[in-house]
Design a protein around this ligand. Sequence first.
Ligand code: AVJ
Length: 330
Amino acid sequence: MEPLTAGAIVVDCLLGPGDERSLADDVLDGLTRPLKELPPKHFYDARGAELFDQICELPEYYPTRAERAILLEHSDGIVERTGAAELVELGSGTAAKTRLLLHAMAKAGHLRRYVPLDVTEAMVRETAEQLVEELPGLSVHGIVGDFERHLAHVPPAHDGPRIVAFLGGTIGNFPPGSRRRFLRAIARLLRPGRDWLLLGTDLVKDPAVIEAAYDDAPGVTAEFNRNVLEVVNRELDADFDVEAFEHVAFFDREREWIEMRLRASRRMRVRVGALGLDVDFAPREELRTEISAKFSPERLRGDLAAAGLDLREVLTDPDDLFALSLSTPA
Ligand code: AVJ
C-alpha cells in the first residue's frame, strides 16, 4: 500500500501483480462444475471496459441513460436530503454520473472529499486529477482495488455526512445470498444517523425490453460476453476458440434476473495452461457468465432490510426503468 500524494489527491493501491489469483481460483472453481460458470468481474480488462462503454451508448441498453436522467433530475434533492460532505463510490469508473452529484454538493457548499474505488488505476488517477481541477477545495482519496475484497480500506468518514454510492445496477450481479452479504459489508461503512447508501438498481419490467438490452442488434454485448474468454486465454494461457461460442441472454422470470451465457457450438476440449487443466464442453453446453438481477420494490426493501438498512427514498426515471434509492443504517 503506497500512498502517493499530488496536491489534494491521495491514491492507495491495493492490487499487486499477484492478483490474477482470483481469476485462477474462479476459473478452477467455475469450469470444473457441472453447470459451468465464470463471475462477471473478469469481463473488465481494457477491451472489456471499452466494450462496456459502447454498450452504454446503445439504444437498447437503457440502464445508463435512465440512471443519468434520475441524477440530472434529483442530484440537488439527494444532496439536500443527505447533507453529504463526502462521496464514496464503489466501482467509480469514469465517474461520469457521480460528477453530477459532486457538482450538486459543491453548489450546496458542503463538498469535502470524494473516495473513488476502482480496479483500474489509470481511471482512478485521471478522474481524481480532473475532479480536483473542476471542483476547487475538493480532496480525493482514491483506492485502486476490488470492492468485493477491499471495502475495509475505505478511510474513516470525515465529520460531515457521507454517501456511499453503488451505481449502475451492479448490485444485480451478485446472487441473492452474497448480495445481502455485500450490502451488509457496505452498511458497515455507514454511521447510523448520519450516513447514506445511494444504490442503483434496474427494475423488473417487460422481459423483451430487458432481453434486448442484453442482446443488442449490432452484437456489442455478444462481443463483450465473449471477451471474458480472451481474458482467460491471455491471463491463464488458455486456448478457448472464442468464435466457437455463441452469446445467449435470457430473462429468468422466476428468479427475476437476466442471465448471459456462452454456448459451445461444438464439442471442445479447452486447455488452461496455467492451471494444468483440461475443460471439456459438450455440443451446445453453456457457460454462465453473468446474472443481472432486476428489482421489484419488495426485493429492494427485503435485501436492504436483510443488510440492516432502512429504505428511505426511491427515485425513478419517467419511464420507471431504473431506480436510485437512499437508505440509512437501521
Ligand atoms: C455494469 C453490471 C451493471 O449488469 O447491466 C451490461 C453489465 N452486462 N451488459 C449490467 C452488463 C451486459 C452491467 N453492469
